[in-house]
Design a binder for this molecule. Structure first.
Ligand code: HEM
Length: 298
């Protein structure tokens, strides 16, 4: 049963609209925790503004901060399904919509702050959006996210039917790719966070792919993590080679120098291996019933 079918079949007639309620209208601690976590960056930004902790260009600071959070939360929302497969903690699905809407919220706040920075000079804003390629990619991503946000409720699941609804919501991958392109084009100096976020995105996509196409055991999942880590290192090196002309080998060898920082490729490898081990442990504790049947060797 797909998410949409499952969602509809369990729809409660009097479902509460509160973000911390489950579909039966009861308090869900998971949703409450997620809601508070999603509200925290906005509260932190408001506090920095209120206490004057921002630089002399507060709007520029907040545009960057809100953009970072929109990007992080968007990728986090894509982690829900793989984590559900691995942990078999089905309740995780309760927070997927909230994460998607939070990503949309931070994207819209990001755009509003940018418009405020440009003093709401609409003609200028419009020209910038269509002339600067990095803004056009951001705009395309936002339009997709708005379409997904608007249709993320029961009404549209019923209206479109489960199959079309799932096909429409697969556009989230395009939104994530466009947002990553927007991020990479915008970078001025340090590509660490962009490389890290794109590495996690690739890892999540790869895990989805191997689960669908292969019968992944621990070794396959660990090998996938290694390939994704190498791809992250290669992306980072390619970015610096193209934008700053730093030799590829110099950036690649920085991955083996731990005196300054741990490069993104290692974090991607760590996350991938952790997920693989979690899957192996989960399957040992209770062998796969249905969802994980195909990956019984994990
Ligand atoms: C119409 C849509 C958008 C516009 C006009 C826009 C505008 C901008 C601008 C002007 C910056 C540069 C900030 C600076 O360097 O001072 C920026 C950076 C950024 N944007 Fe967007 N953006 C849009 C959509 C998005 C979306 C949908 C996402 C992610 C989901 C996103 C994520 C980011 C990120 C991660 C940065 C880099 C922040 C940093 O440097 O730390 N943006 N955006």
């Amino acid at each position: 049963m797909t998410y949409a079918q499952n969602h509809l079949s369990r729809a409660a007639p009097l479902a509460s609209w509160a973000p911390w309620s489950d579909r039966a209208g009861r308090l869900s601690w998971l949703k409450l925790a997620c809601f508070l976590a999603m509200a925290a960056p906005a509260a932190w930004m408001a506090l920095q503004w209120q206490l004057g902790w921002l630089s002399p260009k507060p709007f520029a600071d907040l545009v960057r901060e809100s953009g970072d959070w929109a990007m992080r939360i968007l990728v986090l929302s894509l982690a829900v399904t793989p984590l559900r497969w691995v942990t078999r903690w089905n309740k995780l699905i309760l927070v997927r919509r909230m994460l998607g809407l939070a990503a949309l919220f931070y994207s819209l706040a990001h755009i509003a702050l940018w418009c405020a920075d440009l003093k709401f000079e609409w003609w200028n804003i419009l020209v910038e959006m269509f002339v600067r390629i990095f803004l056009t990619t951001g705009l395309a991503a936002t339009l997709i996210m708005i379409a997904l946000g608007v249709t993320s409720n029961d009404y549209f699941i019923r209206r479109l039917g489960a199959k079309s609804w799932n096909a429409l919501h697969a556009w989230v991958y395009a939104a994530a790719l466009l947002s990553l392109a927007h991020f990479f084009i915008e970078i001025r100096l340090d590509a660490t966070e962009a490389a890290l976020t794109s590495g996690f995105f690739v890892l999540l996509m790869a895990f989805r792919f191997v689960r669908k196409k292969l019968n992944p055991g621990l070794v396959t999942l660990c090998a996938t993590a290694v390939v994704c880590a190498l791809a992250t290192a290669a992306t980072e090196a390619a970015y610096y080679a193209i934008s700053t002309r730093v030799p590829v080998m110099r950036v690649l060898s920085a991955n083996l120098d731990f005196s300054y920082t741990i490069r993104p490729a290692w974090w991607v490898l760590g996350a991938g291996v952790l997920i693989a081990l979690l899957a192996a442990w989960r399957n040992r504790v209770s062998p796969a019933p249905s969802v994980m049947r195909r990956s019984a060797a994990i």
